[in-house]
Each structure stands twice: as C-alpha cells, then as structure tokens.
Design a protein around this ligand. Structure first.
Ligand code: CP3
Length: 333
C-alpha cells in the first residue's frame, strides 16, 4: 500500500502531502522546458517531456504522489475542438462542430491522446515513484462543458446565457461523459493509481441545476472509477453544499478550496478530506504559512486527511517555500 492510500484509509499516523500544480511555472526546470516549447498542447502530448515534468517536483520535495503533467482541455482537443493557450490570457477554444464531434469514435479519440497514456506508462516505474501514487485526472463534465461552450475561462456571470439551448447541451454533455470515461479508463490501464476529478467552475452554477450538471454526471464518473477499484478524489471548487455533494456523488476523497471553513467540513463530513490551504500563503512569510498550515493539520488531526492546497501553486511561488511546507507537514505531529 502507498503512503497516500494508507493516508486515505487512515491506516498510518503519518501526514501525507501532494500539491495541485506541483509541476509548473514556479519551478525553473519547468520554465526552461516551457521556453523551448511554446505550444502548450504539443508539450502535453510530448510523452518524454511530460513524463520528465511530472517527476520534477518529486526530485525536489518529499511529496507522496505525482500527478501526470497534462491538462483537462486535452479532452475537448481530442474531440476536435481547437484549443490554444494564449500567453497571459489562458485557454482559447474554437467553435464546436457538433456534427463532426458526434461522429468521433473511441479509436480516433484514444489515438490523439496516446502520448498521455504513454507518458503515464513511462512515469509509473520511475524510482522517484517507488511506493507513491501516480494521479491521473479529468475535468468534471460541467467544467468541460463550460470551457467548450464559453471557449475561454468564464467570468462569474457569463455562462447562464449559453445554457439556453437545452437539447444541444444535453447531447453535448452525453458525448463529454462518454469520452471522459474513456480517458479515465485509459489512464488507469496505463498505470494511474488514483483519479482526481477537477470541477473548477462548480461555483458558477445555481443550486437548482446541480442535479443535472454536477451531481448526476459526476456520480457517473465516480462510479466508473470505483468499478476499477481505485480511489477517486473530487474537487468541486466553489460548490455551496459539500455535505450534499459528498452524500450524492460519494467520492472516496473530497478536496476543499480555500473559501471553505475546514472546521465545518471536519464536523459535518465523514470521508477523507484533502486540501484547503490558500496558495497565497506560499507567497507570504514563513510564520504566517506555518500558522495556517497548523490550522488545517490540527483540525483534521484525528481524521483521514491529505494535505494539499485549496487551488494550484501560484506561478510566483518560491520553491524554497514549498520545500519548507513539505518538511513542516511531514514532521508535524
Ligand atoms: O501539476 C499538475 O497539477 C498537473 C498538471 C495540470 C495542469 N492543468 C497543467 C497546466 C492539471 C491537473 C491541470 C488542470 C486544469 N487545467 C484545470 C483544473 C484545475 C484548476 O486549475 O482549476 C483547469 C481549469 C485547466 C485549464 C487551464 N490550463 C487553464 C485555465 C490554464 C491557464 C491558466 C493557468 O493556470 O496557467 C491552463 C494552463 C496550464 N495547465 C499550465 C499548467 C502547468 C500553465 C501553462 C503555462 O503557461 O506554462
């Protein structure tokens, strides 16, 4: 059993830790590769480089898992929608040609994402991963739908408009769920030992629409991962009711964002909790970081808990702060 999986089941007393966006722009060794690879999608589809980037943070820090270097938007890409990353802006997607998209078959889709699966195969046997998990991931159906329709990261109020064509959206959501399962399955077959589902835009939706866009389609993916006998972590960022989410979607682990009160979560939820710390504390001073890290470790002391952030590591983070954090968490009891 790996350190992280022991931690999920609370078999050992040791603290465990990994970080969302642990591989990325705050690491000079990532920036070096990135500067020579301007096309981000191509970089994700370079199996040697994406495997190398996945391992980079494990060479520096005693973290308990690697997460495969890839992106949630590779799924729209493999479904034939163009995806570009504009510097200082973020992702820009093209128009959806639904006629074409609905004809895409499993073999074509897998073929486009083969390098991701090859990168997982390459990475899983590296010595840096001994006794550690390799996390595979997907965007949640809702978050993928948001990107596909909105064609960029949304602002807080501009998505409602796009949800009017109900029949089209229902059909699109079905295609998304079908291919997310295929993507999950191939990551597991290639060697991913845990799956995380990122619902970065859960907070955009009205509660009345949760069943249709969040609970039901995510539950479908969660059940699929469970049928493969590996743990599934859900990160519904900004969702307004974690208790309902957990009781309806039933993930093995619930990852919380920095706006959530950890005490309330600890009192009301009885599955493994992950995350919470605001990534901005990694950019501040060490004393303040320590106070806030302790808060999470103390609140979750007697519960199964995976230390992580409430969102990804910020690009202006000093790697020495991450080093300090990892050592502090590992030594704290
Ligand atoms: O280390 C890891 O966490 C694994 C790799 C990973 C990336 N993206 C690499 C990446 C993971 C798990 C993701 C998930 C992802 N991608 C999410 C869900 C988590 C979240 O952040 O809410 C979302 C919404 C995306 C879509 C996406 N990708 C956006 C909006 C952006 C641009 C803004 C940003 O954060 O940079 C990306 C680019 C991206 N994905 C980078 C990395 C390392 C930065 C690329 C660069 O410019 O060098």
């Amino acid at each position: 059993m790996t350190v992280l999986q022991n931690c999920i089941k609370k078999i050992s007393k040791d603290n465990c830790i990994w970080l969302m966006r642990q591989a990325g722009r705050y690491l000079p060794e990532f920036r070096e590769i990135r500067s020579k690879n301007q096309d981000f999608i191509k970089l994700c589809l370079n199996e040697n480089l994406s495997s190398e980037i996945t391992i980079q943070p494990l060479r520096r820090f005693n973290i308990d898992a690697a997460i495969i270097f890839s992106d949630i938007l590779l799924v729209p890409y493999a479904l034939g929608q163009s995806v570009k990353f504009k510097k200082d802006f973020g992702p820009l997607l093209g128009e959806i040609d639904f006629n074409k998209m609905s004809k895409i078959n499993e073999i074509e889709f897998i073929d486009k994402l083969k390098p991701v699966y090859n990168a997982i195969k390459k990475t899983k046997d590296q010595t840096e991963l001994k006794n550690k998990d390799l996390i595979g991931f997907v965007g949640a159906p809702w978050t993928i739908l948001v990107y596909m329709l909105n064609q960029r990261s949304p602002k807080n109020d501009d998505i409602e408009l796009n949800l009017k064509d109900k029949k089209f959206i229902e059909d699109l959501l079905k295609v998304i769920v079908k291919f997310l399962k295929i993507h999950i399955n191939n990551q597991i077959e290639s060697g991913a030992t845990i799956i995380q589902i990122f619902d970065s835009w859960a907070g955009l939706l009205n509660k009345k629409d949760y069943d249709k866009y969040i609970y039901n389609p995510t539950k479908d993916l969660v059940n699929f991962v469970k049928s493969k006998k590996i743990p599934v972590i859900c990160f519904p960022k900004g969702v307004n009711d974690y208790k309902s989410y957990v009781s309806l979607v039933k993930p093995d682990v619930i990852s919380i964002d920095y706006d959530v009160d950890p005490k309330k979560i600890s009192d009301s939820i009885d599955i493994t909790v992950q995350g919470g710390l605001d990534p901005k504390f990694l950019v501040g001073d060490k004393e303040e970081l320590k106070t806030n890290v302790k808060k999470y470790l103390d609140i979750f002391k007697d519960k199964p808990y995976i230390f992580n952030l409430g969102h990804g590591v910020l690009p202006n983070t000093d790697p020495s702060m991450v080093d300090y954090l990892v050592k502090f968490v590992k030594n704290y009891s």
